[in-house]
Design a protein around this ligand. Structure first.
Ligand SMILES: Cc1ncc(COP(=O)(O)O)c(C=O)c1O
Length: 387
């Protein structure tokens, strides 16, 4: 069969590939410790599961409105009002089958062939592939020398007449960086000066530690509301990755177009999962806090242990559940070889930085037990020592 150029160009998700390789080795009986998963290891909240079971019993098993059930859109609207003081009517909200399809649909709605889209590297690699699928051009802006936070100088260097938008992700996957208010105001100002749209991916907004606060860009710069799509979902905050519910809030005309695209793609998100999400958003606040506190302890643990390894460098992550480690001081040619050898020789699975436009780094997810963190980092230290 002749494959399309589009299919030939697409790279598979490196994160999923490592996770699959780790599973394969584990099935062969190898004592694998995996730090590759981008998902919380806790079970979904009771309130979500009960709401789903009730929905099945009530027979909520049919198509729903394409953009989501009104009960969920109201719950999202109330949540944004309470949490961020932002008022979004339900007509400016769409529910999708996870945040990933939502980002795809939004980029299909916003990007014309050749449009340049800024993203801040290290970056979640699906952004790049999704921009490519929309025939746009992903333009990575470096943040390595500025503590994983973008600077105006670096951004301005990369803006051309072809730049149409930017994707902002805070708390950040893979770095764990959380953007402060002046940074968000600077980004808003750049968007206004250059007439750019913004996709603001805040899927990790509930997972910040210590004194760090997550700030929504519209809290920092309410005047740019007309050029912002807020992307969020229940996957990370409520430990509901398998249910596949994401959502977006934005200007009505854009949300309507995302709705049209979705109507030809997935139609509505799963009816049962939507009801589960109503249960989660309305009733699972204490579960969110319990997980956040637990992740905060693990963050401190992994940061302390990694900081003690000679030859590696780590900046303290403020949010999400990733440690992003600089291995440029280790005696291995590159991060891909480092990760392959670490997996084969010490049975520890981590994701190479190259998967996030950051060669020379690796990402460790600490969504696993404290015992695994201790053992995994000990194996990593021995590996680095052996080089
Ligand atoms: C930055 C970021 N955005 C969006 C997503 C998509 O989440 P989901 O499709 O599970 O809702 C992820 C998942 O890993 C992510 O890391």
């Amino acid at each position: 069969m002749k494959l399309s150029q589009r299919a030939k160009n697409i790279a598979p998700s490196a994160t999923l590939a490592i996770a699959a390789k780790a599973k394969e080795l584990r099935a062969q009986g190898k004592p694998i410790l995996s730090f590759s998963a981008g998902e919380p290891d806790f079970t979904s909240p009771r309130a979500a599961c009960d709401a789903a079971i009730e929905a099945i019993k009530r027979g909520e098993t049919h198509y729903t409105p394409n953009s989501g059930i009104i009960e969920l859109k109201k719950a999202i609207s109330d949540y944004y009002r309470t949490r961020f003081g932002l008022d979004y009517p339900t007509a400016e909200i769409i529910v999708t089958s996870g945040a990933k399809p939502l980002l795809y649909e939004a980029l299909q709605a916003l990007v014309d062939p050749g449009d340049e889209v800024l993203l801040f590297a290290p970056a979640w690699v699906s952004y790049v592939e999704q921009i490519n699928l929309a025939e746009g051009l992903a333009v990575p802006v470096k943040t390595l020398e500025s503590g994983f936070v973008p600077t105006r100088d670096e951004i301005e260097k990369n803006i051309t007449p072809g730049t149409t938008g930017m994707i902002i992700n805070t708390p950040n996957n893979p770095t764990g960086a959380v953007y402060d208010e002046p940074t968000l105001r600077m980004l808003a100002d750049v968007a206004v000066r250059h007439d750019l749209w913004i996709i603001f991916d805040e899927i990790y907004e509930r997972l910040v530690y210590g004194v760090t606060k997550h700030i929504n860009i519209l809290q920092a710069a309410p005047e740019i509301r007309g050029r912002v799509i807020l992307a969020n979902g229940v996957s990370k905050a409520y430990c509901m990755t398998g249910w596949r519910i994401g959502y977006a809030l934005g200007p009505r005309e854009v949300i309507m177009k995302v709705d049209d695209i979705q109507s030809h793609l997935t139609s509505n998100a799963s009816s049962i999962a939507q009801w589960a999400s109503v249960g989660a958003i309305k009733e699972a606040e204490s579960d969110v806090e319990r997980c956040r506190v637990e992740f905060g302890k693990r963050r401190d643990l992994i940061y302390g242990l990694l900081s003690g390894i000679d030859g590696l460098h780590i900046q303290k992550p403020d949010g999400a559940f990733y440690a992003f480690v600089d291995i440029r001081g280790a005696k291995v040619p590159d991060d891909i070889e480092f990760c392959q050898r670490l997996l084969e020789e010490r049975h520890v699975a981590v994701v190479p930085g190259a998967a996030f436009l950051a060669p020379g780094f690796l990402r460790m997810s600490y969504a696993c037990s404290e015992a695994d963190i201790k053992e995994g980092v000990a194996r990593l230290a021995k590996f680095v020592d052996s080089l």
